[in-house]
Design a protein around this ligand. Structure first.
Ligand code: PMP
Length: 391
């Protein structure tokens, strides 16, 4: 027996699913240098343009000067420092919840919350389009794991009727590859019917959604009783790194006591928490970022519709153009790059087979003129790709 890695890699290439990492040689922003070339990027999750904000950079620098660079140890040993503590309090206040707990990544926050809440004999029910970290968490938990049809409360109900033990219903807030919103009021009512808990991962909603950037729960006006477990990530609209779980005092203490991905890992560098405190302040107070972003979203959707491009039903900065075939999606992305635009092609297994797409993302850092340039390039590349005009 041996590991035939070469054959495995060759098969991936043959299926047009081979992944390559573009090398970024500039800060995040609309204008980037990638693989040695200047490009206009429409693929970052820096939705509010905070990743390279001078005040956030300063907060990181000052934080490193004051608190050092490394977290040093896990939170329970000696890695929990004042900036972490202050950020947790600020995130609790921001989400209107009694407590928040900081994690180094969203992936770990999701593993932690699901595995600490359900285990053998329990049930975890997830939207079939949930982020990979939530699906992995469900599998790792050892609970009965089942996926309901996308955003379908009736499909959830059928599964709830067969559930055993404690039941956790888990959904993305904004679906990361489609950009649509979870139907939270309906999902929440269905979860409550059987006394299940609803967990929402709002990685892509915090920042762009809600009157104050409070994400999908603010958008729908839902509270702690509706969504007992709320996850946010800090590497997207917040522009920094890490994640948090917000909820009741008992929930947070349960995670501290039982969540292995929390207990057995080094805390994030405290300077990152200093930077996030600043970006949280900007996210809350600079409403013009959200307003500008919403104008760009409307402009892009109107322009794409005029070009006859097929968009998904997304009110968020995630505006995918579904192509279908992986090879065609790759070719479209390559042509765009030749025209000076970086837009990622997303292929299976990240998205279901036959739904490869260009994942266009917009940011408050883009200008209207840049969005118009993207639309013009999409029009030109589409013609090059499909002379009959079917994109
Ligand atoms: N949840 C969702 C919905 C995501 O899109 C992502 C990141 N792509 C994560 C969780 C993981 O967050 P992080 O990148 O901080 O690990």
């Amino acid at each position: 027996m041996s590991f035939d890695l070469a054959a495995r890699l060759a098969a991936r290439r043959a299926e047009h699913l081979y992944r390559q990492r573009p090398l970024l040689d500039s800060p995040q922003g609309p204008e980037v240098i990638v693989d040695g070339r200047p490009l206009l990027a429409f693929c970052s999750n820096d939705y509010l343009g905070l990743a390279s904000h001078p005040e956030v950079i300063c907060a990181l620098q000052d934080g490193a000067a004051r608190w050092g660079v490394g977290g040093g140890a896990s939170h329970l040993v000696i890695g929990h420092s004042t900036p972490h503590h202050e950020l947790e309090e600020a995130l609790a206040a921001f989400t209107g919840r009694p407590r928040a707990l900081l994690f180094s990544t969203g992936y770990m926050a999701n593993l932690a919350a699901v595995t600490a809440l359900v285990g053998q004999g329990d049930t975890v029910l997830e939207d079939r389009l949930n982020h990979a970290s939530l699906l992995d968490a469900g599998l790792l938990s050892g609970a009965r794991f089942s996926r309901y049809l996308h955003n379908d409360a009736a499909s959830l109900a059928a599964r709830q009727d067969k559930a055993t033990g404690n039941t956790l219903v888990v959904t993305d807030g904004v679906f990361s590859m489609d950009g649509d919103l979870a139907e939270l009021p309906a999902l929440c009512a269905e979860a409550k019917r059987k006394g299940a808990w609803l967990m929402v991962d709002d990685a892509h909603g915090f920042g762009p959604l809600g009157a104050h950037g409070g994400g999908i729960v603010e958008h729908f006006g839902l509270g702690l009783d509706d969504v007992p477990v709320l996850v946010g990530t800090l590497g997207k609209a917040f522009g920094t790194a890490g994640a948090f779980v917000a909820g009741s005092e008992a929930l947070i203490e349960t995670l501290i006591q039982f969540a292995r991905p929390y207990i057995y890992t080094t805390s994030q560098p405290p300077a990152v928490a200093c930077a996030t405190l600043k970006s949280l302040e900007l996210l809350r107070t600079e409403g013009w970022r959200r307003e500008h972003l919403n104008r760009l979203i409307a402009r892009f959707r109107a322009g794409a519709a005029e070009l006859g491009l097929t968009l998904m039903d997304s009110p968020t900065p995630i505006q995918p153009l579904v192509i279908g075939d992986s090879a065609r999606a790759m070719e479209f992305s390559r042509l765009l790059r030749e025209h000076g635009f970086l837009v990622g092609a997303i292929r299976p297994p990240t998205v279901p087979a036959g739904t490869a797409r260009l994942r266009v993302t917009l940011s408050a850092a883009h200008s209207e003129e840049q969005v118009d340039r993207l639309l013009a390039a999409l029009g030109e590349c589409r013609v090059l790709l499909a002379p009959e005009g079917d994109a």
